[in-house]
Structures are given as structure tokens and as C-alpha cells.
Write a protein that binds this ligand. Structure first.
Ligand SMILES: Cc1cc2nc3c(=O)[nH]c(=O)nc-3n(C[C@H](O)[C@H](O)[C@H](O)COP(=O)(O)OP(=O)(O)OC[C@H]3O[C@@H](n4cnc5c(N)ncnc54)[C@H](O)[C@@H]3O)c2cc1C
Length: 413
């Protein structure tokens, strides 16, 4: 049997591409090396707790997610619009006063930034909101760390707020990602919420697979080689197809195409704990480490946002650690507990460790020059297309967009 297309990868980009081919009655098969769908978006159930493979959220402001996903069916649970920054031995709330009026005073008076920093934040938010979304990616770019100081933000505010905030999104504490990425992230934060599907992030790929026939995905099927007329699996089996779509991460795509040049990857370690415990403030704000020391970049409490992430009235705590210095440290759990104890006190000793995910490639580095994701080159050569993260920007929004744009290119022939 020969297919119109074989899609390598059952992550959200491959599944999206398949949805468009399905709507146009094309024959296709998705092959994935893993034993379940979802790629980088998976959820395990451990002792009744839902553990996403690394802490990540769906930003409801992603335009392509709004277009592709059924938010209502995902039963999205939203994080409060604000963060708690740990600095100088205290937590300081920085909340959006439109939703958290009672934090207005602490937001305005917090020592995290100067009055000028607050005005610049408003100016940046206004500028990015008034620019058409797609145009953000043709604007001049520089490293975010340089852009912020050229924009006039104080060094203290950059270090205490922007570094942990933007590192939480781009997973790079040097914040060398392009200023285009910063502006885009600012924009989606202003236009939507950070949210979790009630039953875990894996509900996203699961939803994308709902309209596809069950037998269109072959799991535990690693592609070894791409040919003119299909792909060769590691098992030796050949799958014949007129077109091949690479819907993998950047390192996997390089391997498939025999590209030796290394692209930088960033990852994270995510430590999950549980306890009969509540954070020392009323809303389950994301905590940012504004101290600039220790392993922790940010902490989230998924079960206080989406109760089904936990069981027995306990709290699920997700601690995100960035950088090899800490992620590869055999003492990491102890170092994290020590820092948490300083922040939250002795209750931390009763936290039970559930699992640690060490993820080497979560995203590619996003340093300038970046590509315009709306002009991603879908055709690699001959019969081979791509909708992975090479040639575009990485992340959920762009994986969904790449899946659609690649399918549209193929359908145009
Ligand atoms: C910890 C973490 C945090 C993140 N945080 C965010 C965030 O906050 N916001 C955001 O927008 N994005 C975030 N991301 C990124 C986002 O999850 C990814 O960009 C997106 O899931 C990529 O989807 P994809 O389908 O392009 O690739 P993948 O999900 O990587 O799917 C590729 C699939 O291809 C398969 N595959 C690879 N090679 C082969 C082969 N040779 N043969 C067969 N199959 C193969 C893999 O098994 C995999 O299932 C995060 C990712 C991680 C891991």
C-alpha cells in the first residue's frame, strides 16, 4: 500500500498537519518512535497526581491555538494574572490590577523595579499590542538582554523580573533569545491567560488526534531513513508514500537529514513534590526567583489551578530548574529543598518527592537571527516537507502553525 504522505512525528505539529490532510481526503500515516502520541507534550499519572513532562502551560492568546483547539472541551483552568517575585528574603506581588485590584498597592510599591520601569512596562505593552501580530516578526531584532537595557529598564528590574520571567518562557537564563520573541510573549500574556487543561497538558495532543482514524498512527516505529518514495523504519520495514513530512524536534530533523551542524538546545529539570501545604499567599501565583542565586528559576502549583492534578486534598508543586550547572548536579533535589526551606520554612521537610523530569531538548535556543514563522519554508527538497521547528520559531503556537502551513503547501501541490 502507498500513501499520499507519511508524517514522521505524532507531536502537535504532525497531528495538526494530519488533520488538514484528513479534511482533504488525503491518505496518510503518522509514524512515531515513542509508545504514545504527544511528543514533548505528555502527562504521566503518578500516585494519583498528574505530572506533565516538564512544567508547561497553554497560553490562550496564541492565535493558532485559538484557531485549532477547542478550549471549552479542554476545560482550561487559568493561572492568576500575576507573579510573586522572591527577592531580598520576601515575596513581592506583581499582579495585573485589572484582575487583582487588591494587589494594586503591593504591585505599585514593590521594590522589584523603579517607577520608570513601570512606565516602560506600560509603554512596551502598548507598543506590542498595537502592532499587527505577524508584523512583530519582521521588526529589527537583537538579544533580549540587550533590547531591555537599550529600552531603558533598570539593571535591578531586568535581573529580578525579566530574567526569571523570560527564562521561564525560553528556558535560557542568559535571555539571549531574540527581542521579537520577547515582544511576542508579552503580546500573548497581555491578550490571554496561562492555562492548563483540567486533566493535564496531554489533553492537547489527545484532542488533535480525536478526529483522526485510530489506525493512522503507528507508534514505536522509528524512521531510520527518508527515501524518494517513502521512509525506511528501524525495523527494516519500508513505508511507501508520495510525500514525506518531517514533524520532529530540531535535533531529530537534523539527524534524519544528515545535517551535522549542531543547533543549540535548551532544556529544564522539573521536580515534582507534594505535601499538605499551601503557599504563603492567597492566589496560586507563579513564583519567580528574583534572587539570582540557587537552582530554582520558577515554582508553580498546578493543583491549585487545576484541582485534578492532585489527589486527597494535597498540593502538587512543580519546581523548574534551568542550566546544566544545576540540572546535571546529582545533589539537585537536596539543593532545591534547601532553597525552598529558606523560602517556605520547615514544612518543606514534609514534602514528598514524586518525580524529576530531566529534559535535554525542550526548545532550541532562539538567538537572533530568527526566521519569520509566517514564511516558514515547508518544502525541504523533492518530496520532503517539514513542519518541525527548523525554519520557524519553536513553541506550541508555531508547531500548530507549521502543521497547518505545511499541509496547505502540500495541498496546493
Ligand atoms: C519542558 C517543556 C516546556 C515547554 N514550555 C513551553 C511553553 O511554555 N510554551 C510553548 O509554546 N512551548 C513550550 N514547549 C515547547 C512545546 O512543547 C513544543 O514546541 C511542541 O510540543 C513541539 O511539538 P512538535 O510536534 O513540533 O514536536 P515534538 O513534540 O517534539 O514531536 C516530535 C515527535 O517526533 C517523534 N520522532 C522524532 N524522531 C523520530 C524518528 N526518527 N522516527 C519516528 N518518530 C520520531 C518524537 O518521538 C516525537 O513524538 C515546552 C517544551 C518542553 C519539553
Amino acid at each position: 500500500m502507498s500513501f499520499d504522505a507519511v508524517i514522521i512525528g505524532a507531536g502537535i505539529s504532525g497531528l495538526t498537519c494530519a488533520n488538514y490532510l484528513q479534511r482533504h481526503q488525503k491518505s496518510y500515516i503518522i509514524v512515531d518512535a515513542d509508545k504514545r502520541i504527544g511528543g514533548r507534550i505528555k502527562t504521566d499519572t503518578v500516585n494519583g497526581f498528574k505530572l506533565d513532562h516538564g512544567f508547561q502551560v497553554l497560553q490562550t492568546g496564541y492565535p493558532e491555538a485559538r484557531r485549532t483547539l477547542d478550549y471549552k472541551a479542554l476545560n482550561l483552568m487559568k493561572f492568576p494574572a500575576g507573579v510573586a517575585v522572591r527577592s531580598n528574603g520576601k515575596f513581592h506581588m506583581i499582579a495585573d490590577p485589572r484582575y487583582h485590584f487588591r494587589h494594586l498597592y503591593s504591585t505599585i510599591s514593590s521594590p522589584i523595579g523603579t517607577f520608570k520601569d513601570r512606565l516602560l512596562m506600560l509603554r512596551l505593552a502598548r507598543t506590542v499590542s498595537s502592532c499587527p501580530f505577524a508584523e512583530l516578526f519582521s521588526q529589527p531584532e537583537e538579544k533580549t538582554i540587550d533590547f531591555l537595557s537599550h529600552y531603558g529598564f533598570s539593571e535591578g528590574f531586568i535581573n529580578r523580573f525579566f530574567v526569571p520571567f523570560f527564562a521561564g518562557a525560553c528556558l535560557d537564563r542568559e535571555i539571549t533569545a531574540s527581542s521579537r520573541v520577547l515582544k511576542y510573549i508579552f503580546r500573548v500574556f497581555a491578550e490571554g491567560d496561562a492555562a492548563l487543561p483540567a486533566l493535564g497538558m496531554a489533553e492537547i495532543p489527545r484532542q488533535l488526534a480525536t478526529n483522526l482514524p485510530e489506525d493512522c498512527v503507528r507508534l514505536q516505529s522509528r524512521v531510520e531513513k527518508i527515501d524518494n518514495d517513502g521512509v525506511l523504519l528501524a525495523s527494516g520495514e519500508k513505508i511507501q508514500a508520495d510525500a514525506v513530512v518531517i514533524a520532529t524536534s530540531a535535533p531529530a530533523e537534523r539527524q534524519l537529514l544528515g545535517i551535522e551542524q549542531e543547533g543549540g538546545s535548551v532544556g529544564e529539570s522539573c521536580l515534582y513534590f507534594t505535601g499538605e501545604w499551601l503557599p504563603p499567599f492567597n492566589e496560586p501565583f507563579l513564583i519567580l526567583n528574583g534572587e539570582g542565586t540557587g537552582p530554582i528559576n520558577n515554582i508553580a502549583f498546578p493543583s491549585l489551578v487545576a484541582p485534578e492534578y492532585a489527589t486527597d486534598g494535597r498540593t502538587l508543586i512543580a519546581v523548574v530548574v534551568l542550566g546544566d550547572e544545576y540540572c546535571k548536579n546529582p545533589e539537585l533535589q537536596k539543593l532545591v529543598r534547601d532553597q525552598c526551606r529558606k523560602w517556605f520554612g520547615g514544612a518543606v521537610d514534609d514534602w514528598e518527592h514524586l518525580h524529576t523530569y530531566e529534559i535535554n531538548h525542550a526548545l532550541p535556543l532562539q538567538e537572533p537571527p530568527t526566521q519569520d514563522p509566517y514564511r516558514q519554508p515547508a518544502l525541504v527538497s523533492g518530496n520532503t516537507y517539514r513542519c518541525g521547528e527548523i525554519g520557524t520559531l519553536p513553541g506550541t503556537q508555531w508547531a500548530l502553525l507549521a502543521g497547518r502551513l505545511t499541509a496547505e503547501t502540500m495541498l496546493r501541490g
